[in-house]
Design a protein around this ligand. Structure first.
Ligand SMILES: *[C@@H]1O[C@H](CO)[C@@H](O)[C@H](O)[C@H]1NC(C)=O
Ligand SMILES: *[C@@H]1O[C@H](CO)[C@@H](O)[C@H](O)[C@H]1NC(C)=O
Length: 283
């Protein structure tokens, strides 16, 4: 069958655009054309269907996925594109939007901009969604993540509408004050523990007005790698332990033999000194 394909391929006076082993487009005689069709005869080692392409990735700048109205937000799409076609497709709640740049900039977000964003480039498949939540109000508690593992750094921000100056700021966990700042500051917990799990909000003064954010849940989960029971040590860990024990034993043996050598050489040295100091008296 390969032979047949070969001959057919040779007979066709086609033009193909090849990039990284992927055949992107093929112009056939007449008006027929094949888009993004990998040809087995031409690229046997790079058999690429759309599923083999890497997935694009959407990221937010700044990082917050909960924002207040009038904030600016940039969505960035990372995906491979063609040198001659670097256009990006953007989807908001599944609908294609007009922006074709790799960055989708929203200068002043509105509640309508909330929802799921995905992107895609010519050589990547559609990304996983990024959820943007646009809120109204004076204050919004933002977090770098909503789910942290034990030991992660928690980063919280008490964001005021249009970045209006905010004073006497308290971050509260489960209704109790956890951190106070005279001037508004981000709140970092360098190493999350299970005790940091809970419902958080922040409050402070905007002008003379006492304002609060809504509560959000911050989840801290146990780090599965540190909670492994030693009873269920996998084989390579057991052999690693045995090697360590062996090395320790060899090391200890070495230590004692070196130590006794030193002791005996010290004795020699003392004896020698003793003899040496005695020598002049003998003369
Ligand atoms: C973590 O906090 C949430 C509330 O924010 C609570 O529903 C959940 O039970 C807590 N989990 C643990 C393990 O304490
Ligand atoms: C804001 O009001 C709460 C009670 O609703 C109070 O506990 C808190 O001290 C007030 N904050 C400031 C900065 O005055």
């Amino acid at each position: 069958k390969g032979q047949k394909w070969d001959q057919d391929a040779l007979r066709l006076s086609h033009q193909a655009w090849v990039y990284n082993g992927f055949i992107l487009a093929l112009r056939l005689p007449g008006n027929a054309s094949v888009e993004s069709a990998p040809l087995p005869v031409l690229t046997p080692h790079f058999l690429g269907s759309a599923e083999d392409l890497p997935k694009a990735v959407v990221s937010l700048e700044p990082q917050w996925n909960r924002v207040l109205e009038k904030d600016f937000v940039t969505l960035k799409c990372q995906g491979t594109s063609l040198p001659e076609d670097n256009s990006t497709q953007w989807f908001h709640n599944g609908k294609l939007i007009s922006s074709q740049d790799s960055s989708y900039f929203i200068a002043s977000v509105r509640v309508d901009d909330s929802g799921e964003y995905r992107c895609q480039t010519r050589l990547s498949t559609r990304s996983d969604p990024v959820q943007l939540e646009v809120h109204t109000g004076w204050l919004l508690l933002q977090a770098s993540q909503w789910i942290y593992k034990e030991g992660d750094r928690i980063h919280l921000r008490c964001h005021s509408w249009k970045n209006t100056p905010l004073h006497k700021v308290t971050y509260l966990q489960n209704g109790k004050g956890k951190k106070y700042f005279h001037q508004n500051s981000d709140f970092f917990i360098p190493k999350a523990t299970l005790k940091d799990n809970g419902s958080y909000f922040c409050r402070g003064l905007v002008g003379g007005k006492n304002v609060s954010s809504e509560s959000v849940n911050i989840t801290v989960i146990q780090d599965s790698t540190s909670s492994k029971s030693p009873v269920f040590l996998p084989g390579y860990q057991v052999s690693f332990c045995l090697v360590m024990v062996f090395l320790f034993a060899v090391d200890t043996g070495l230590y004692f033999s070196v130590k006794s050598n030193i002791r005996s050489s010290k004795r020699d040295w003392k004896d020698h000194k003793f003899k040496w100091s005695k020598d002049p008296q003998n003369k």
